[in-house]
Design a protein around this ligand. Structure first.
Ligand SMILES: [Ca+2]
Ligand SMILES: [Ca+2]
Length: 584
């Protein structure tokens, strides 16, 4: 069966798809996936390359002609299941694969939008996603398409038929674990993180054989926990009780819920880790490693090579999960121009960090939001924040809640899950950010399996008259904001940059918008009928450049929005894949 498909598809590829990864022996290999950014005829990884720069070399669609961009089709995910559509589509060999809310996966004809198949995971009652029933995307390898589900399973389907090939349990959903990130393919392994940081779970990165789903290694993110390699214990993460007191490390959080990036040059995986548990920081003195950090992990063994903690002893739910994007640039070091291998991360805590990606050393950290009340800058010598102690929520007094403080960013972050893009042409990062704050206070809390483990209460508030969302172009060599586009509602979708001097992102108000990458001028917009919180992609097909994005309002904001809810209360739900191109 596999062989027959291979021959048919190889013939098609020769005729129609010269810019795509060659369609041989069943489909994309791990080498094709590493090379994804250089093959604009397909999109075979989350982030348009495992570095997740979200940059396309295509320029047929550009800042001069984008005003003519029109829809080719819209494909509905159908059913009564709507809510947030945070997915990024994949495109391969004439098919668009896209995940939907409630752990669904769809295959559509990339030319007509006709549905080829759909797969609905059968979810048990009692799943505990903190922040809507979203899924952010799938991974493709050979004849398989692989995605994670809300009940913390990882499922590989035959991408031609939608039939299950293997289905593995990642973790116990009844303990609060779930999974929403797109898996990452590296060296014939599927690398995943986990979700559930609000439930006292333990964050973990794990690697499985892509053909069988069998576990190869695990790496817990909290010190004191043992990793595994080939079915045996490997090494302990960190040193027991070095930065956690008592038994708190057993329920320490550090979820890796956004997945990771991979840099073939240094052979490192980069995974961010979420908040420590519980939110009430007065209960857990110490830095609480390795929460709210970026971890560099050896994909061959699962060992941690370096770490950088953005928010030591977090007290505001500043998950450090944001994507760490490898890039190269020339930096001023003691007055000299030095070419460096770098990585950048726009952290939930409001700072944009540039690190040396070979060793995790801090190069620069600059604010990308209006306000950071919790710290007054980052010390470049120590790499630690200059905390403002008065702005940490106070300890509860017996059963009474502690002192309420105003904190900005809010716990939904200067930037949340929505991925930024890096343009190799402009050298700028395009950061989807939000300016907002919160009242936050601490309360007593004890761990109970499967129950929220916060010990905190909050109300989110606007901090500006005219906007919450802001798409910001950051120069990583100076830390300066080059331009910004302000949006009334919070931005919650991913960004795409192209060689055509374009930057695309969506808004909760329903628009997909295109901006001039150099100036930020708004050049085009299209109303999709529901809020856009997915990540746009572009590819070349039959000699023309296409753009696709998911529309469907939801995610964490409508669930937790507090006083900012008035900026988006009229938005309708939806669930459609929109595809665009220039008229012929
Ligand atoms: Ca590609
Ligand atoms: Ca969190």
């Amino acid at each position: 069966m596999k062989r027959r498909f291979s021959i048919v598809l190889a013939g098609l590829a020769a005729a129609t798809s010269l810019t795509a990864a060659p369609v041989l022996a069943g489909g994309p290999t791990s080498a094709d996936i590493v090379n994804d950014a250089a093959t604009p005829g397909d999109v075979i990884s989350y982030g348009m390359g495992p570095q997740q720069q979200r940059f396309s070399t295509l320029d047929k669609l550009n800042s001069s002609n984008v005003k003519g961009l029109v829809p080719v089709f819209a494909a509905s995910l159908g059913g009564e299941k709507q809510r947030g559509q945070e997915s990024q589509p994949l495109v391969y060999d004439g098919t668009i694969y896209v995940t939907g809310s409630y752990s669904r996966l769809f295959a559509f004809d990339a030319r007509t939008g006709e549905k080829k198949w759909e797969y609905n995971a059968r979810l048990p009652d009692g799943i505990m996603p903190c922040c809507d029933v979203v899924n952010r995307g799938a991974a493709i390898h050979g004849d398989k398409i692989i995605f994670a589900t809300l009940d913390a399973h990882l499922i590989a389907l035959d991408r031609h038929t939608g039939k299950v090939i293997w289905n593995k349990k990642l973790a116990d959903y009844q303990a609060g674990y779930s999974a929403t990130a797109a898996p990452l393919i590296v060296k014939d392994m599927v690398i995943t993180g986990n979700s559930g940081g609000e439930f006292g779970i333990i964050g973990e990165v794990s690697a499985r054989n892509v053909d069988t789903g069998e576990l190869i290694w695990t790496r817990p993110t909290i010190e004191g926990h043992m990793g595994s390699l080939n079915g045996k214990p490997s090494t302990m993460t960190g040193k027991l009780n070095a930065s956690w007191t008592g038994d708190l490390w057993k329920t320490g959080g550090g979820a890796t819920w956004l997945g990771g990036t991979y840099d073939p040059e240094t052979n490192l995986l980069f995974f961010g880790t979420g908040n420590p548990g519980p939110w009430n920081s007065n209960l857990r003195p110490g830095d609480n490693l390795y929460t709210a950090s970026t971890l560099a992990i050896d994909p061959d063994t699962g060992e941690i090579k370096w770490h950088y903690q953005t928010t030591p002893h977090d007290g505001w739910d500043f998950d450090g999960v944001n994507e760490f994007i490898p890039f190269d640039a020339t930096m001023k070091v003691k007055g000299k121009d030095v070419p460096m291998k770098l990585g950048a991360k726009a952290d939930r805590n409001g700072y944009f960090y540039v690190l040396d990606r070979t060793n995790g050393k801090l190069v620069s950290a600059n604010k990308f939001v209006m306000q950071t009340t919790w710290a007054d800058g980052i010390n470049l010598k120590t790499g630690r924040p200059n905390f403002i102690p008065a702005n940490r929520p106070g300890a509860p007094n017996g059963a009474e809640k502690g002192t309420t403080v105003f904190a900005s960013p809010s716990f939904l972050g200067g930037k949340n899950w929505m991925p930024m893009a890096y343009s190799k042409d402009t050298g700028l990062f395009y950061v989807p950010s939000n300016d907002w704050g919160m009242d936050i206070w601490n309360e007593p809390i004890a761990y109970k399996k499967g129950a929220a483990y916060l010990g905190a209460g909050f109300t989110i508030k606007p901090i500006a008259e005219d906007h919450i969302g802001a798409l910001r172009a950051m120069d990583p060599t100076t830390g300066k904001i080059v331009w910004e586009y302000k949006n009334k509602a919070p931005l919650w979708g991913g960004v795409l940059a192209t060689r055509g001097n374009l930057v695309f992102t969506g808004t909760p108000e329903g628009y997909l918008k295109a901006f001039d990458a150099k100036t930020g001028a708004e050049l085009w917009k299209f109303q999709t009928g529901s809020g856009v919180v997915g990540s746009p992609i572009t590819w070349e097909q039959d000699g023309e450049q296409y753009v696709a994005v998911m529309s469907g309002w939801g995610g964490a904001v409508p669930l937790w929005g507090g006083e900012v809810a008035k900026t988006f209360k009229e938005i309708s739900q939806g669930g459609s894949l929109w595809v665009f191109k220039l008229p012929k």
